[in-house]
Design a protein around this ligand. Structure first.
Ligand code: BES
Ligand code: MN
Ligand code: ZN
Length: 508
């Protein structure tokens, strides 16, 4: 597995396969960015090569140069940081993160990689370590497949050992920041793996098993409990039961807890875990169905956040609720116009079986609320409307408390994940009126992201702080690698939620 550490050693002497340095865009073309620590002859050589390559130093531009004089590494990878001078040390964290990710992506097969980018403070160092780790991700396509007779087992994909070179390296803050980036990176890679896993292999029970296995392997004490389909019926979870009833892979709610003895409060995370969303009887067209293995990305982000919070030892009790179901059409499937009763007793009229996420989350929110946490955040690939409103890379954040919603957005900003606050106008509630039940689960197309959130709000008890994060776009990258993200599952939300939980520990 990929790992990341920090050193104050001289970059040129590192026994690595590749050494990453930065380049900046100057009026005279590309030049090396501060922080490289290379001897004069290496700098002169690299400057000549960059000039010959007509390098510009712009962001996401990566050049690899082999056999650089005075450098022990086999190659030097020059990654663009954009506008700057050779003296500039302060760069935007997003720029550092993405430059490190692009660089590491270009040398993914290597065993050891040094990174010598400008890190004037612990935050910059964090961004570099985070981006470097994130850029190494590869989905191990052979790993989840059963072994085949007569064929040699594929060698497992292993990431490199990353060594970040920084003058801050001796300090505790720097070491902690890099250690955190390593835990976060591994957790996010787990979330990406879960999302990328084919849906015939990842279904509610196998997802629950994967969580149990990962928790058991962890150095931290994480407890996992599972409600199976019988327990869900018995417990009155009509929302998730209804969604799951059309599938031969029955639903589960997995509860994952980190409860340290020094906890300064308790929080709940609820994740949408539709392991495949066909739409149910309101079947999706094939163009809309093809990516729907990603519909469990919220649950994956929650599972990975609980893992990361536990492994970094955040002094807050964190409980994750993974609402796992497969949305299938069949003779036992839910019908549009069915009425179900949720965990809190609210009756709901199903108008469209493709609006299934809010049904599983409603029950999950009720369950989370029963433990009276300080707040609840749910995260979900909930609506296509999120992508219409905010595009592929920016999550929508809604909630019943503007100050808390702002905290969630701020945590996303600090994590380098795109998020934007969206309103929950009271008037939207009328769209959910129906004569047949307490509430209908959808309104019309207009403001579809907001009405979905308005529906969820029904399951949050009066006075409890709650936010909802719609990640339909950012959870899954259909195009090529970009910034920190590979193609496919991005692990979006893990970094934001970990930051949010850490913020709760240090709140005033
Ligand atoms: N899982 C989808 C939302 C989605 C769409 C996620 C595209 C990621 C990419 C969700 O269950 C869904 O189908 N939502 C419907 C709701 C509608 C029927 C009210 C939608 O957005 O069209
Ligand atoms: Mn759906
Ligand atoms: Zn869905």
């Amino acid at each position: 597995m990929t790992s990341v550490t920090v050193t104050t050693k001289t970059s040129a002497d590192l026994p690595v396969d590749a050494l990453v340095v930065g380049s900046v865009r100057t009026p005279d073309g590309a030049d090396l960015a501060a922080g490289h620590g290379l001897p004069r002859k290496a700098v002169v050589h690299l400057q000549a090569v960059l000039a010959d390559l007509e390098a510009t130093g712009k962001a996401e531009e990566v050049h690899r140069v082999v056999a650089v004089p005075g450098v022990k590494a086999t190659s030097v990878v020059v990654t663009g940081l954009g506008e700057g001078t050779t003296r500039r040390t302060a760069f935007e964290h997003t720029v550092l993160r993405e430059a490190a990710a692009s660089a590491l992506r270009s040398v993914r097969g290597k065993k050891a990689v040094g990174v010598a980018l400008p890190t004037p403070d612990a935050e910059s160092l964090s961004a570099v370590a985070d981006g470097a780790f994130a850029g190494c991700y590869v989905y191990d396509k052979a790993a989840p497949l059963p072994a085949r007779k007569g064929r040699p087992a594929a060698t497992p994909v292993t990431g490199p050992k990353i060594v970040v070179v920084s003058g801050l390296g001796q300090g505790k803050a720097a070491k902690d920041a890099v250690a955190r980036a390593g835990v976060l990176g591994a957790a996010r890679d787990w979330a990406r793996d879960l999302v990328n896993m084919p849906p015939n292999l990842l279904y509610p029970q196998s997802f629950a098993d994967a969580v149990k296995k990962r928790a058991a392997e962890s150095s931290a004490k994480i407890t996992v409990s599972v409600l199976d389909e019988k327990a869900l019926v018995k417990g009155g979870f009509g929302g998730i039961t209804g969604v799951g009833q059309g599938s031969s892979n029955p639903p589960r709610i997995v509860t994952m807890s980190w409860s340290p003895s020094n906890a300064k409060g308790s929080v709940a995370l609820v994740g949408k875990g539709i392991t495949f969303d066909t739409g149910g009887l309101n079947l999706k067209p094939s163009t809309g169905m093809v990516t729907m293995k990603c519909d469990m990305a919220g649950a994956a982000a929650v599972a990975a956040t609980v893992l990361a919070a536990a492994e970094t030892g955040v002094p807050v009790a964190v409980t994750g609720y993974l609402c796992l179901a497969e949305n299938m059409p069949s003779g036992t499937a839910q019908r549009p116009s069915d009425v179900v009763v949720m965990r809190n007793g609210t009756s709901v009229e199903i108008l469209d079986t493709d609006a299934e996420g809010r049904m599983v989350l409603g029950d999950g929110i009720c369950l989370a609320a029963e433990k009276t946490p300080d707040w609840i955040v749910d995260i979900a690939t909930l609506t296509g409307a999120q992508m219409i409103a905010l595009g592929d890379d920016t999550a929508g954040v809604m909630g019943n408390d503007d100050a808390f919603r702002a905290k969630v957005v701020a945590a996303a900003d600090a994590a380098g994940e795109g998020a934007w606050p969206m309103p929950l106008p009271a008037a939207l509630r009328a769209k959910l009126d129906t004569p047949t039940a307490d509430i209908a689960h959808k309104g019309d197309r207009a403001g579809g992201m907001l009405t979905a959130a308005k529906f969820l709000e029904e399951f949050v008890p009066e006075g409890m702080t709650w936010a909802h994060v719609d990640i339909a776009g950012p959870a899954f990258n259909e195009k090529g690698p970009k910034g920190r993200n590979p193609k496919g599952g991005t692990g979006f939300g893990v970094s934001t939620l970990l930051g949010l939980v850490e913020g709760h520990a240090t709140r005033a």
